[in-house]
Design a protein around this ligand. Sequence first.
Ligand SMILES: C[S@@+](CC[C@H](N)C(=O)[O-])C[C@H]1O[C@@H](n2cnc3c(N)ncnc32)[C@H](O)[C@@H]1O
Length: 186
Amino acid sequence: MARSTQAYAFGLAHLPSDLPPGPVLEIGTGQGYGAAFLSRALPQRRTVAIDVTYECFRPANLQFGPLHPWFVQASAPHLPFAPQTFALVTVVMTFHCLPQPQQVLHEIARVLRSRGALLLADVNGDHWIAPWFERVEHWGGISRLTRAYPPATLRQMAGQAGLALHTEQQRKPGGFMTWYIFRRAA
Ligand SMILES: C[S@@+](CC[C@H](N)C(=O)[O-])C[C@H]1O[C@@H](n2cnc3c(N)ncnc32)[C@H](O)[C@@H]1O
């Protein structure tokens, strides 16, 4: 839990200051810690959290902010939301296991408001640990889809969806996680 919320906190600290008004979409909420954190850290915004399965969801363990997050079962390549709904979309330690990743980025761009942001944090495909991470996920039966994307690939895919890179950071030098913030054009 601490690692998860630290990851979200690091990402939020680098958000642009001129985000449009509107709710937050969390993709792949898992146990729900990220959505709970977002509802506390951004108390004026409603968080909507999706996951393809709620098997891991642990609501009894979560502390929410003043606006209770809404939890929706949905799959990332087919977001059940109207265009230009969200000011911010977060995808933390989830993009690597999503089906149809290019379609997911197009869907994110579709539901983001003008000047809205995508916060994406995941294993850096150029890090030496990436092939081992993929093997553990494949052979351990966690997800056959797992792929750690190199930053250049991710930037290109996001660009094809109309999302421009705003920042790309690491919490620790040489760390295996990379945090990206992309923005939708005005
Ligand atoms: C490794 S967990 C990350 C959970 C959370 N974001 C965190 O950082 O603690 C990845 C999550 O992505 C979800 N997921 C996998 N495929 C998905 C899809 N097609 N659409 C939405 N969520 C998906 C999984 O069910 C899982 O809960």
